[in-house]
Design a protein around this ligand. Structure first.
Ligand code: SF4
Length: 396
């Protein structure tokens, strides 16, 4: 089925479509197709794109609000991007063990299956929950996204900004063409995954980032998820052989106790000590505008806990140049610095073309350029931290 035939207009008869969100929801509903990740169950449809597994009656929407049952079929987002396209440093995703120094053409849609009060992408993720929010959408084809990736010089094509699991069919349509064109593809997700969604994605992506937002199920439920679904998501991604990096935004008063950070680190280490753990600094945003930002001391302590629990690659993010050695990659065997970073800048890269430490020959897990350091865009040591800001990429 080609792109033009898959993007079809939805009929406007749904009782589930809210008031002001009528116009936004209506615009989004016109950019849908019949999805793949669902099955019929008696007179309803069961969506299996995320861990909520919504059972949706005719004319109703799932928790994410962007997938809906129309006439006994699940319609899903297709054929647009929200807020345009950006070429981001891969370190912003953050992936620190995937083609360091390269750019990732990044696209997103609208909506999320969670509703975190400190979301840093709330303009796109919460667009259908809150009337004040929303980002312009632009109709686009997978081919146009791949062309934009080529023009921007990206090495990766990444689905991010909103929760990509809820728009997985669109992501796969883009990834299929991106992979054929030679790009590596990746997912930036909250980890509320299902085996069905991961098996659907697996042929097209090489890397997956998951936010592990804490280790307290009661508090996880206030964000709209469950701890077990996310820990299971981490296990399932790892079992499928995808390169996985885990991020915890350290939010003072929410998840920053020593005990909770230690529980998170222990859990990741129980899956694999080779999974990089990024602890990143919170800044007041969205509905948590009056909360305190994470301090340098708090962030470094979180990183130290990760190392104490046996994780071999721990990074402290969002405070460039202020966290000492916690932005660098070290050989876990001989402790030599292998990648020297400041923020999104790569200042030095020493991993060999066969993915090893040049001094002790220990294999360093990750997806490294086959050409070794010769393929890395090193930043000028005299440059400031902002040299690699995300760039907007125009559609042709
Ligand atoms: S993606 Fe998740 S929240 Fe949305 S309809 Fe499917 S199961 Fe429900």
């Amino acid at each position: 089925m080609n792109f033009a035939s898959r993007v079809t207009s939805a009929r406007s008869n749904s009782s589930a479509r809210g008031s002001r969100t009528h116009s936004l929801a209506g615009a989004l509903d016109r950019h849908t197709c019949v999805g793949t990740l669902w099955r019929a169950e008696s007179d309803r449809v069961r969506c299996v794109a995320c861990g909520h597994r919504c059972l949706i009656a005719a004319g109703r929407r799932g928790i994410c609000k962007v997938r809906f049952n129309e006439g006994g079929q699940l319609r899903v987002p297709f054929g647009y991007v929200a807020g345009g396209l950006a070429s981001d440093p891969v370190e912003k995703k953050p992936f620190f063990h995937v083609y360091p120094g390269s750019d990732a053409l990044t696209f997103g849609m609208l909506g999320c299956d969670f509703h975190c009060p400190y979301c840093q992408n709330w303009v796109t993720s919460q667009a259908l929950r809150d009337e004040a929010y929303g980002s312009p959408i632009v109709e686009v084809s997978p081919e146009q996204i791949v062309q934009a990736a080529r023009r921007s010089g990206a090495r990766l094509v990444v689905s991010s900004y909103n929760e990509p699991l809820i728009t997985a069919e669109w992501a796969v349509a883009v990834f299929q063409q991106a992979k054929e064109a030679g790009f590596a593809c990746a997912f930036v997700s909250n980890g509320n995954a299902t085996p069905e969604a991961l098996d659907f994605l697996r042929p097209w992506i090489v890397a997956y980032k998951i936010d592990l937002k804490g280790f307290d199920d009661k508090r996880y439920r206030t964000l709209g998820g469950t701890l077990q679904h996310v820990t299971e998501g981490i296990r399932m991604v790892h079992e499928r052989g995808l390169w996985l990096e885990v991020v915890t935004l350290v939010v003072p008063g929410f998840n920053d106790s020593e005990a909770e950070l230690r529980d998170i680190a222990r859990f990741i280490a129980s899956v694999s000590r080779d999974i990089p753990w990024h602890v990143t600094a919170f800044h007041p945003d969205y509905k948590m505008n009056n909360s305190s930002a994470t301090t340098v001391r708090q962030l470094i302590r979180a990183a130290e806990i990760g190392a104490e629990e046996g994780l071999r690659f721990v990074y402290a993010g969002n405070l460039p140049g202020r966290v000492g050695p916690w932005e660098n990659t070290f050989c876990p065997q001989c402790h030599d610095v292998l990648i020297n970073r400041v923020g999104y800048l790569v200042r030095d890269y020493r991993i060999t073309s066969d993915g090893k430490c040049p001094k002790c020959r220990t294999t360093i897990p990750g997806i490294w350029p086959a050409g070794g350091a010769a393929e890395i865009n090193l930043s000028d040591p005299a440059s400031d931290f902002f040299q690699r800001l995300p760039r907007r990429v125009r559609l042709s």
